[in-house]
Design a protein around this ligand. Structure first.
Ligand code: NIG
Ligand code: FE
Length: 412
């Protein structure tokens, strides 16, 4: 079926060819005012100015009146922990009472708390919960998502999480990528025996994950008190031997060398980046590895924000993602991620929108399918309520300015 969407106030992020954006190019957000858009089946077919809308374009098409809405490509959220068994608002209150993230982790809270809950949850329960969350995120404009394991921490439960993600992938209407994060933290029993847990990851988890095609990427939490740079390297290389590309948690709490390692390994992305050294910024400068900033994690944990301006000035390619998880970012609302990036990271609205769409798509190797208004790409689109300008979106943070969302050419 062919549809012509008329009277679009701003048609945002129109591109004929797409590539990852860095430096000054990140602030170039091509737009067409007073535009039409042609959708054929689940794909974007063409676009143009209303003044150039001909009978030929309209021929045989259904009509949709956007009535002054702005239309953007859906958010591409390249870093989430969407599968979890229970929320952790008790720890949130602990933090208000003065406990640190590290102190909560040390008393068995944090990731280990989530792992205990996963162990007691069925695949069906985890699937239903995650699909409900995913549907909520789609209403908020997310049109592609990456989901990690990492709350299993043993072969049975890591594989359980990854099978849940595989089921989400098969049934969700939007593209889903899976990352294996068995190396999220050391289970208590292996606190003083790292080697045995690493052996489990390499010999008991990875072969099955590869055989059942349960993951696209290998992820490690490279951080003091979690996985060292050399442990991260071994685990990433073991995953790479099975064809899993690295996409790692780096430089969240310390400038641990995770960014430099990720670049050296040719990681798709290095994610978090709250704590950046000059060496880490230099490593990302001009690199094909994308630096994925997770500002809502910094916000929620009251950490320093990611140095977005330094990274942009250094010609690093940066993306924005939600890090949706029960511990450090209990929200997957990409509209707030974009607003926070403008408010606290001092990204321009154009830069933040590019980082959350086209660069987010590339951080999931989906740059050819999503992230811009480009003929041939999937018609996963955000229709806003009437807005005075594009900058109004991050400016009016906290207001839901999305009127409707189109996924695969149909409104949801
Ligand atoms: O990306 N930093 C490591 N992992 C998650 C937090 C996990 C949790 O606290 O449950 C993150 O922020
Ligand atoms: Fe994360």
């Amino acid at each position: 079926m062919k549809w012509v969407i008329q009277n679009i106030q701003h048609l945002v992020n129109i591109r004929t060819n797409s590539m990852v954006l860095r430096g000054e190019a990140l602030s170039n957000l091509p737009m067409l005012e007073n535009a039409y858009l042609v959708i054929e089946d689940d794909r974007i077919h063409a676009f143009g100015s209303m003044s150039a809308l001909t009978d030929e374009v309209l021929d045989g098409a259904g009509l949709i009146d956007a009535a002054g809405a702005s239309v953007l490509p859906c958010w591409c959220d390249s870093h989430t922990h969407l599968v979890f068994a229970a929320t952790r608002e008790d720890e949130f209150v602990d933090k208000i009472n003065g406990l640190t993230y590290a102190a909560i982790a040390a008393k068995g809270g944090g990731i280990l708390n989530s792992a205990q809950k996963i162990a007691n949850a069925s695949e069906d329960f985890l699937y239903e919960q995650a699909m409900e969350r995913l549907n909520g995120l789609m209403q908020l404009g997310t049109g592609a998502i990456e989901i990690k394991s990492g709350y299993g921490l043993d072969p049975i439960n890591e594989l359980k999480m990854l099978r849940v993600i595989k089921r989400i992938k098969a049934n969700a209407p939007i593209p889903v990528k899976a990352s294996f994060l068995g190396a999220h933290t050391f289970p208590l029993a292996y606190k003083n025996d790292h080697e045995s847990y690493i052996q489990q990851i390499i010999h008991d988890m990875l072969p099955t994950i590869a055989a059942e095609q349960l993951a696209d990427y290998i992820d490690v939490f490279c951080e003091e008190g979690f996985f060292s740079v050399s442990e991260t390297e071994r685990i990433c290389k073991a995953g790479m031997a099975y064809g899993l590309k690295p996409k790692i948690h780096a430089n969240q709490l310390h400038a641990s060398g995770g960014v430099e390692l990720g670049v050296q390994l040719g990681a798709i992305s290095v994610d978090h980046l709250e704590t950046m050294s000059t060496a880490a910024i230099d490593a990302l400068s001009g690199s094909a590895t994308i630096g994925t900033l997770l500002p809502t994690a910094a916000f929620f944990l009251r950490m320093p924000y990611q140095p977005a301006r330094d990274l942009i000035n250094a010609n690093a390619a940066i993306a924005l993602a939600s890090d949706f998880n029960p511990g450090s970012s209990p929200s997957g609302n990409m509209n707030f991620v974009v607003a926070l990036s403008c408010i606290q990271l001092k990204m321009l609205p154009e830069e933040a929108i590019n980082a959350a769409t086209i660069n987010g798509a590339f951080a999931m190797e989906l740059g050819h399918e999503l992230g811009s208004i480009t003929p041939g790409k999937l018609a996963n689109l955000i229709f806003t309520k009437p807005i005075p300008s594009l900058a109004y979106l991050p400016y009016a943070f906290g207001s839901n300015l999305i009127d409707k969302v189109m996924i695969n050419g149909a409104f949801i």
